[in-house]
Ligand binder design. Structure first.
Ligand SMILES: Cc1cc2nc3c(=O)[nH]c(=O)nc-3n(C[C@H](O)[C@H](O)[C@H](O)COP(=O)(O)O)c2cc1C
Length: 290
């Protein structure tokens, strides 16, 4: 598959926020499990403290909610990341265009793709909060960096409108989707389970939502799409490819099953394609064209 003029041997990548922001750990995961790409946690110009625990809960089979709040050591960490067998996608965030441009300039030294997080629901002023100025942000970033720029959107009602603004401003592709804001109440204490209050729902519960948005997005704009949301097996990978995603991100499934799941999904996917005599390209957008 070719996305943003880069070739990928298989579509499996690791979504943002799943691997600790420790360069040695990222390098070891790349060596041992060989995802096509690793996306960093969202990195900001200066470090941010995470919210207080609990920050991640599992509330149902394969369903998670988190509010880490974009805690991260700052964008400077990318200088120490050297991946040999995987591409590096650097997720960046900030609470205004200038911070994001500055982060993009630093990310550019190492990133194959820069992904602007315009969708995390877990920190006021960041992520989702900046989706209303996505056009301005993308225009600024694109005028300062040469590397491909993707914008990560959330599973919202106005997802297509936000994606349209990002693409109009020059984004090279869209990552869809981030988590959806939710709430869990502890029914002994009658207060939120997560310390932040609300959190982003991820995992199996959001797969149909992600799929619908990716299909709408592809039908409307045919952009390069990184599909993310509730992928737990090769079947969901096929589903995402069939509605127009070229790469597929693994997130909660890694929290649930560990890193070995990358190889398992890859093997199942390749077995399926071999048995059917198909290539990945044959599946791409097949459910949209019909
Ligand atoms: C613990 C956790 C941390 C996350 N942190 C980030 C983040 O820093 N930036 C971001 O863009 N997305 C973040 N995400 C969202 C994931 O990248 C992904 O979009 C989302 O979880 C949906 O995919 P999934 O259902 O496969 O988990 C995080 C998700 C989880 C579960």
């Amino acid at each position: 598959m070719r996305i943003a003029n880069l070739d990928f041997k298989d579509p499996l990548i690791i979504a943002s926020g799943i691997i600790p922001d420790i360069p040695e750990v990222m390098m070891r995961i790349c060596e041992n499990y060989e995802p096509s790409a690793i996306t960093t946690k969202t990195l900001t110009l200066t470090p941010l403290e995470p919210h207080k625990p609990p920050t991640v809960i599992k509330f149902h089979d394969g369903c998670y909610m988190n509010a880490i709040g974009l805690g991260n050591p700052g964008i400077g960490i990318v200088e120490k990341i050297n991946l040999k067998k995987c591409r590096l996608f650097v997720s960046i965030g900030g609470n205004d265009a200038k911070q994001i441009v500055n982060s993009a300039e630093i990310a550019e030294n190492k990133a194959d793709i820069i992904e602007i997080n315009a969708s995390s629901p877990n920190r006021k002023g960041y992520g989702e909060s900046i989706s209303s100025i996505v056009h301005e942000i993308v225009k600024e970033v694109k005028s300062h960096v040469k590397k491909p720029v993707f914008v990560k959107i959330g599973p919202w009602d106005n997802a297509l409108e936000i994606a349209g603004k990002a693409l109009e401003a020059g984004a090279d592709g869209i990552t869809a989707v981030n988590t959806l804001k939710g709430l869990m109440i502890d029914t002994e204490e009658f207060k939120p389970v997560l310390s932040y209050g609300t959190g982003g729902i991820s995992g199996k519960c959001i797969y149909p939502l992600a799929l619908r948005i990716i299909k709408d997005l592809y039908r409307e704009y045919e952009p390069d799409i990184i599909g993310i949301g509730g992928v737990f097996s090769f079947r969901e990978v096929l589903g995402m490819l069939s509605v127009g995603a070229k790469l597929v991100g693994l997130g909660s499934v890694i929290l649930d099953k560990g890193f070995d799941v990358i190889g398992e999904i890859r093997k199942d996917l390749m077995n399926y394609l071999n048995e059917k005599g198909l290539k990945l390209e044959d599946i791409f957008a097949i459910a949209v064209k019909k």
